[in-house]
Design a protein. Structure first.
Length: 110
């Protein structure tokens, strides 16, 4: 970098990104749930891993990245979520409001 014709040196620290690194660890689960987009359009899905902030779903219908959905979890009812990514028959979602520790423990024990 040059400043008024003189070289300016600076130091920076960085941490390399590690593949597969997540903000929160997910617990493997196998929970039957429902997906809705509001109204009466509900479909079944399976929650296959879960964190307090999100989940990975196996789906029977296509979801679109960025879509807002309602995920109805067993014993907890509907939760608003955003589709973070979507494949052919699976998707990752981020919950609008995270699960608390008691809710998370209850779901992972099912």
């Amino acid at each position: 970098m040059l400043s008024h014709g003189k070289a300016v040196h600076f130091a920076a620290e960085f941490e390399p990104v590690q593949a597969g690194r997540r903000r929160l660890m997910r617990a493997p689960v196998s929970l039957d749930a429902k997906i809705g987009r509001g109204g009466l359009d509900r479909t079944l899905c399976r929650v296959v891993d879960l964190s307090t902030h999100g989940a990975r779903l196996q789906t029977f219908s296509a979801l679109r990245q960025g879509a807002m959905i309602w995920l109805t979890l067993p014993r907890l009812g509907p939760r608003a979520a955003r589709v973070a990514w979507a494949g052919d028959f699976d998707a990752g979602i981020e919950l609008d409001a995270p699960l608390d520790e008691i809710e998370f423990a209850m779901l992972t024990a099912l």
